[in-house]
Design a protein around this ligand. Structure first.
Ligand SMILES: Nc1nc2c(ncn2[C@@H]2O[C@H](COP(=O)(O)OP(=O)(O)O)[C@@H](O)[C@H]2O)c(=O)[nH]1
Ligand SMILES: [Mg+2]
Length: 222
């Protein structure tokens, strides 16, 4: 009985996700869902991303958090549209659901947006289970989390299209084994795109921009 209910909730979410993907397609909005552990560097990466895409593109952001508007406030220095989704009124859920994103984007003038970034709730479990309607899922995996996380949280990697291996400026201090981490990512999602990035040094940021603009071009041919 419980399983039936869960399936119903999931398929309802999938239906809304599909609906909003169609809507994004119609409007020419390339939507990207950023997932990752708390503190993996999602918001900082978003700041760098916005800096490099402005002024050529119009950008909107949906910030997801259980509570607070801390990340949205950080981004408010940019000329971008921001909507905050707090899940506390929805029972403090640890993921964003498609219907909340659908409501959030109603805040924007959708005709003008080129990129929509969704910062999902920080964790490697629930966000992987709920589609957001975004075209691409990006997993931000930071070095301090350790090389084994792909093996421990495989679904998050399996539903993603790109892994941003973040905070690579810390390789030496953490004695991090990048090869091992990439090998573990390959084990759970063979062939997935990977880019090493650092918001501190700027490493990989241009490659990330190239990936984003190329993917958008592939979808909308502009
Ligand atoms: N060394 C280093 N620290 C970073 C980098 N990116 C983010 N941080 C720091 O990591 C912490 C968490 O970053 P934040 O972007 O808030 O992570 P989020 O919780 O995933 O949004 C902050 O103290 C950032 O300054 C990076 O590339 N290198
Ligand atoms: Mg954040």
């Amino acid at each position: 009985m419980e399983i039936k209910v869960l399936k119903k909730v999931m398929s309802a979410n999938d239906a809304v996700a599909e609906e909003i993907t169609g809507f994004f397609n119609e409007k020419g909005i390339f939507a990207v869902n950023l997932m990752g552990s708390p503190g993996s560097g999602k918001t900082t990466m978003l700041e760098k991303t916005i800096e490099m895409l402005l002024p050529d593109y119009n950008i909107a952001v949906v910030e997801g958090d259980i509570t607070t508007t801390i990340d949205a406030k950080k981004l408010s220095r940019f000329p971008v549209k921001i909507a905050q989704v707090n899940t506390l009124p929805f029972g403090g859920e640890c993921h964003l659901e498609a219907s909340w994103i659908k409501d959030a984007v109603r805040e924007f003038d959708l005709e003008t947006i080129d990129f929509l970034f969704i910062e999902n709730i920080g964790n490697l479990v629930c966000p992987a289970e709920f589609k957001t309607g975004a075209h691409k899922n990006i997993l931000v995996l930071s070095l301090p989390e350790g090389e084994d996380k792909p093996l421990k949280y495989p679904l998050a990697f399996q539903v993603s299209h790109l892994v941003l291996l973040s905070k690579v400026d810390l390789i030496d201090v953490l004695e991090y084994d990048v090869e091992k981490a990439e090998e573990n990512i390959e084990k759970v999602h063979p062939g997935i795109d990977k880019i090493q990035v650092s918001s501190k040094t700027g490493k990989g940021i241009q490659d990330w921009k190239a990936w984003l603009t190329e993917q958008r071009k592939l979808l909308f041919d502009n």
